[in-house]
Design a protein around this ligand. Structure first.
Ligand SMILES: Cc1cc2nc3c(=O)[nH]c(=O)nc-3n(C[C@H](O)[C@H](O)[C@H](O)COP(=O)(O)OP(=O)(O)OC[C@H]3O[C@@H](n4cnc5c(N)ncnc54)[C@H](O)[C@@H]3O)c2cc1C
Ligand code: SF4
Ligand code: SF4
Length: 458
């Protein structure tokens, strides 16, 4: 059996949609839990599909691809958290409302716009509101800056690449793609296999990634905000609340209430499914992914989740620059942006909990799979259980929270209580998770330290 078949059967498919492009006998389906998953045809997926799958191709991991792409560039350095880099920055766009429209500092839309304006590309592949109503968002092709602007902001929503890949294959031109790390890796793998795609997709703009959500995330947010489940139309996942810190953002949910179309704004802190640490409605594949900083992208942008930047509610990006062309673009249009150089360590600090979950945590989850004698993808991190007992408990309880979130949402769909039924279902699992995350002996230890400090007058 090929590894791609094991990926699909084992639930490690992130639904990126490159395998249906590589092998048309495979299709993409939205499963009952609101996640895109690959569905093979009657025969086993082709060798090409196997080589393109970001969870099947163990040889071309992010280190190998990164070295091929950036390893020979003059002045490039490598860091275990960020991958290869020329420069790292914190900053935002000052020109033309990009920051206001963006999730963070607006750097990603601005970079893509610069590629279009300078004629480096004819079109950008990125995620925008979907044309038909069966899904909220989908990968689209934008050929002008105006079209590009319609797609600003992060979509914590299932998306897949098969249609835009076919578009690129059918339409000559130069393209840039914006994507989360596994999608950028998948593109790099397709480009190894397909000369036309390799020649046409010239720039890869990466987004930092915590994990990807099923459709249940958007639905739960809107439902809990007061829109009936069947009447939810759209969710803006990143609404900047005036006067609040960047970390204290809201959502805007649009739908029909009492026959009228309404848009409701809610701070995420008032919603029960928005704590990213709980991982509700996460794709299982994300538990076995160790690339947080899109290490195979020419440039990666994320949120500068650090107190010194988060206090500015307008939003600030962390930026990891890997290619000379991206470096030159930032220098050429320096008067439109504000950038402060930061170290790779500061970039890593801004993603501290994500990196811990995906490096230490993945290592432990791989160990658990090996102990159970189950197949799992080969990752850069090695399986290990050499972590404190309480961390093991945290990772186990997180897996359970994710599993139960899907069960809880299905229960809520059938219950007259709606999201209240979801919350009641989750309550005991959350309690267990919280006590694993802060066990009595750590609480006692913290109290003892505080006492000693007080006695010593420090
Ligand atoms: C699923 C997901 C998880 C993330 N997790 C983290 C995290 O843990 N830590 C962190 O610091 N940052 C994370 N980010 C990135 C962060 O949310 C912002 O997208 C990033 O900081 C860029 O902001 P911006 O203001 O520069 O971009 P904007 O100017 O708002 O532009 C964003 C661009 O990205 C495109 N886009 C949005 N969603 C997707 C998608 N799913 N796939 C492909 N393209 C898309 C849009 O179409 C738009 O062109 C995540 C993003 C996503 C989509
Ligand atoms: S991860 Fe992507 S390439 Fe791999 S099986 Fe799923 S859809 Fe196909
Ligand atoms: S966590 Fe990894 S596998 Fe999951 S969406 Fe992000 S990059 Fe892809």
């Amino acid at each position: 059996m090929k590894d791609i078949s094991r990926v699909i059967e084992g639930g490690y498919c992130i639904g990126c949609g490159v395998c249906p492009f590589a092998d048309p006998s495979i299709s993409m389906v939205m499963d009952d839990d609101g996640r895109y998953q690959a569905k093979p045809g009657a025969s086993e997926p082709s060798d090409k599909a196997n080589a393109c799958c970001p969870f099947a191709n163990a040889q071309l991991n992010e280190d190998v691809l990164g070295k091929r792409l950036f390893g020979a560039i003059d002045g490039v350095r490598h860091d275990s958290a960020t991958g290869y880099y020329l420069e790292n920055y914190a900053g935002y766009v000052t020109a033309d409302g990009y920051r206001d429209r963006g999730s963070s500092g607006g750097m990603v839309s601005w970079l893509a716009a610069k590629l279009l304006e300078t004629g480096k590309v004819d079109a950008v592949l990125h995620v925008k509101p979907a044309k038909d109503e069966s899904v909220m968002y989908e990968f689209c092709v934008s050929t002008s800056v105006e079209e590009l602007k319609e797609g600003a902001k992060s979509k914590y929503y299932p998306i897949e690449l098969s249609e835009v890949l076919q578009y690129v294959a059918d339409h000559e031109g130069r393209y840039a793609i914006i994507g989360i790390p596994c999608f950028i890796k998948a593109m790099r793998l397709v480009e190894q296999e397909d000369e036309i795609i390799a020649a046409r997709v010239c720039y890869h703009l990466g987004l930092v990634c915590g994990h990807l959500k099923s459709t249940f995330f958007a639905l739960s947010e809107a439902w809990e905000s007061g829109i009936p489940l069947q009447d939810i139309k759209m969710v803006d996942f990143r609404y900047k609340l005036p006067g609040r810190k960047a970390t204290d953002y809201g959502i805007q949910a649009t739908g029909v209430v009492d026959g009228k179309t309404v848009t409701v704004t809610k701070p995420t802190r008032e919603l029960s499914t928005t704590n990213w640490g709980y991982g509700y409605f996460k794709y299982n594949a994300c538990e076995y992914c160790d690339d947080v900083l899109a290490e195979t992208a020419d440039i990666t942008c994320g949120d500068a989740w650090l107190p010194q930047y988060a206090k500015d509610g307008q939003g600030t990006n962390v930026v990891v620059v890997r290619s000379l062309e991206m470096k030159e673009l930032l220098e050429r249009f320096a008067d439109e942006i504000h950038l402060e150089p930061i170290s790779a360590d500061v970039v890593a600090q801004s993603q501290g909990s994500g990196l811990r979950h995906r490096r230490e945590g993945t290592s432990y989850r791989l160990y658990l799979k090996d102990q159970a004698g189950e197949w799992r993808p080969t990752k850069r991190v090695k399986p290990s259980n050499r972590i404190p007992h309480w961390r093991k408990a945290v990772y186990k309880e997180r897996l359970e929270l994710v599993r139960q979130s899907f069960i809880g949402f299905h229960l809520a769909e059938r219950s007259p209580q709606g999201m209240q039924a979801f919350n009641e279902h989750m309550a005991p699992y959350l309690k267990r998770y919280k006590s694993a995350d802060n066990p009595w002996y750590r609480r006692v230890g913290k109290k003892a330290k505080q006492l000693v400090r007080r006695v010593l007058g420090k």
